[in-house]
Design a protein around this ligand. Structure first.
Ligand SMILES: Cc1cc2nc3c(=O)[nH]c(=O)nc-3n(C[C@H](O)[C@H](O)[C@H](O)COP(=O)(O)O)c2cc1C
Length: 195
């Protein structure tokens, strides 16, 4: 196999970002809802997103640069990660528009606010699941900020549950590839781990 060896230090500004986001795929999308100090809602997708720890339950997303979501979380200490599903693709994309902080992306994308149970930021009613988070820590990393939130409550639509188990094919998750490409739920493989 002949490989191309990329030297990231020698690449033009922006090129390592494009390479990494093309190789680390697919990425789930945290659709982050927050409130500003005055109670105005904000909603934005973040695909630099994963579980940081199961015990305690902590999730993390990365704000590439300083954005409204990060500012609101630092100001209020709370956020909600709504999980984006395929049917919400267009609306999720609409909420990624660069708009003034006072613009409410719920309105922009015609989405419904639903009161959360443990935090003040509202959930996206149309999203089948939401993680209500209290700020754990913000870690500056290069030009970015890793935002960690302790999950204090999870809300899952009963129609996607089998007992208390989420059925991932009904969550119909949406994940990001590079650029403006996405992937949806497809072939799955079940494999036991070795003892
Ligand atoms: C699918 C998708 C994933 C994105 N992932 C991120 C991300 O991980 N980090 C980030 O800073 N911006 C990401 N963006 C861009 C932000 O959503 C965009 O900058 C948005 O305007 C930020 O909103 P805010 O200023 O209200 O926080 C993503 C956009 C899309 C469409």
């Amino acid at each position: 196999m002949t490989r191309h060896e990329f030297q990231l230090d020698a690449m033009a500004a922006g090129a390592p970002y494009r390479l990494l986001t093309a190789l680390v795929v697919p990425r789930p999308i945290a659709w982050v809802s927050t409130l500003d100090r005055d109670g105005r809602a904000n909603l934005a997708p973040h695909s630099f997103f994963t579980v940081a720890s199961g015990n305690p339950p902590i999730v993390q997303f990365t704000s590439v640069g300083r954005k409204d979501s990060l500012n609101n979380i630092e100001a209020t200490g709370e956020f909600v990660v709504n999980l984006a599903s395929r049917s919400l693709l267009e609306q999720m994309n609409t909420t990624a528009a660069t708009v003034a902080p006072e613009v409410d992306e719920f309105d922009l994308a015609s989405l419904t606010k639903q009161a959360s149970t443990h935090v003040r930021p509202p959930r996206v009613a149309e999203s089948p699941s939401a993680l209500e988070c209290v700020l754990h820590r913000v870690i500056p990393v290069g030009d970015s900020f890793v935002v960690m939130g302790r999950v204090v409550a999870a809300s899952v639509d009963e129609s996607v549950l089998d007992g208390d188990r989420p059925m991932e094919w009904l969550l119909d998750p949406l994940a990001r590839l590079s650029g403006s490409r996405y992937v949806t739920y497809g072939e799955t493989i079940s494999l036991r781990r070795p003892e």
